[in-house]
Design a protein around this ligand. Structure first.
Ligand code: UDP
Length: 389
């Protein structure tokens, strides 16, 4: 069956967290520019953070399934989403489902698409730590790969990881990471919109930019508990040497201890989660970042900011290979030593901060949409894994 020339390709974009909003926004914009339908189906996994991040790109979700609970596990999210998404797919009749990354929402979106025999397109495919952590994201990524018809890998090594898992090489395209596209869009806004830049600068007037700025983010599940205590103890010591800016993740396992250890401490700025332009503004001015985030590990090298990674393993190995990022774990003495060494040695900070493009040049969304829009629309009802998208 071939669809008529007037058929508009319809993509349902399933997403629910801040990084998904940031990294899918460039694709949604590019699809719509090409005249395709990009229906944004929010899961509600994270409500405010998701919608705020999307709004930064002038986008609004078409609907929100609102599955968020005050305290929720990945099992709660996946268990609620698979049937809810299936019902929506039955009505929306998409040509393909787009999911991004490794969240419970992406995993559920891929499952629902797979069961409905709708081709699943995986953006940011093939990242692997090769360990059981990050948990449960490493397993999500592997499982999504098995259920997807088309894989957009940000790097060659991501492509190799997929091929090692017997994914058909013809279904994998190396495009760079759309997070870099999003970063460039925000950089351009900050440059062109003087009002926006001035408003952001005003919000951070309490941060003393004459001191080195250490921007920190912590949110990973495996860093809850004792490991978080180690990170917070390090930040408390580092505040004597640098301005510490920590946008605090709203999860009570992070926000409770962060407030208890750091609130009111001189040199520490505990902030609510920041909108993406404000976060990028700070990143542009940071001496270094201390982070367990995946996306921030990708953004920092593109801006020439050294990243010290608060983890023992990472699936973003390219930044380590280019020397832009280093794993420092969560032991307070090791974190403090790594930060002070860097701050004391401007040549070392310069070397780590040499801007490089391990995650692409910022044209990933265009490449992806060229591939999606350049192909014939996919008839529904075919087994997802045998369909050529
Ligand atoms: N980010 C943001 N505000 C913040 C912290 C991070 O907009 O207060 C952005 C950051 O620039 C990156 C993304 O959120 O684009 C990373 O999301 P997160 O660290 O939550 O998830 P991960 O990338 O680890 O999956």
């Amino acid at each position: 069956m071939t669809l008529g020339a007037t058929h508009k390709q319809k993509f349902v974009v399933v997403a629910g967290t801040r990084p998904e909003a940031v990294k899918l926004a460039p694709i949604i914009l590019a699809l719509r520019e090409r005249g395709c339908i990009a229906h944004v189906l929010a899961s509600g996994q994270h409500r405010e953070l998701f919608h705020e991040a999307l709004a930064g790109f002038g986008l609004v979700a078409d609907e929100d399934l609102g599955i968020m609970l005050p305290v929720q596990s990945p099992a709660d999210v996946v268990g609620a989403l698979v049937p809810a998404l299936t019902r929506r797919f039955d009505i929306l009749l998409p040509d393909a489902i787009i999911v991004q990354g490794d969240t419970a929402t992406a995993f559920a979106g891929a499952q629902a698409g797979f069961y409905a025999r709708i081709p699943v397109i995986h953006v940011e495919a093939g990242l692997r730590s090769g360990q059981s952590e990050p948990f449960p994201e490493e397993m999500h990524r592997k499982a999504i790969a098995q259920m997807s018809a088309l894989h957009f890998a940000p790097t060659q090594s991501a492509r190799s990881a997929l091929i090692a898992e017997a994914i058909d090489p013809a279904s994998i395209h190396v495009t760079g990471n759309t997070g870099i596209d999003a970063l460039h869009l925000v950089e351009a806004r900050l440059l062109l919109d003087h009002g926006l830049a001035a408003r952001i600068a005003h919000r951070f007037s309490a941060v003393d930019l004459r001191r080195p700025l250490v921007l920190a983010t912590i949110h990973r599940r495996e860093n809850h508990g004792e490991r978080l205590d180690g990170i917070l103890a390090a930040l408390a010591i580092l505040a004597r040497h640098a301005e510490i800016v920590l946008p605090v993740h709203p999860h009570p396992a992070i926000s409770g201890p962060a407030q208890a250890v750091l609130a009111g401490r001189a040199g520490v700025h505990l902030l609510p989660p920041l909108d993406h332009p404000a976060f990028v503004w700070l990143l542009q001015r940071a001496a270094l970042v201390l982070t367990d985030s995946g996306g921030v590990q990708e953004e920092a090298p593109a801006l020439g900011v050294p990243a010290l990674v608060l983890r023992d393993v990472t699936e973003r190995r390219e930044g380590i290979a280019t020397g832009n990022a280093r794993l420092v774990g969560t032991d307070p003495a090791a974190i403090v030593a790594a930060v002070l060494d860097l701050l004391a040695d401007s040549r070392a900070i310069g070397r780590m901060g040499e801007a490089s493009l391990p995650y692409g040049a910022g044209d990933a969304a265009t490449r992806i949409v060229d591939i999606l829009a350049g192909r014939a629309a996919v008839p529904r009802g075919h087994p997802a894994l045998s369909v050529e998208v």
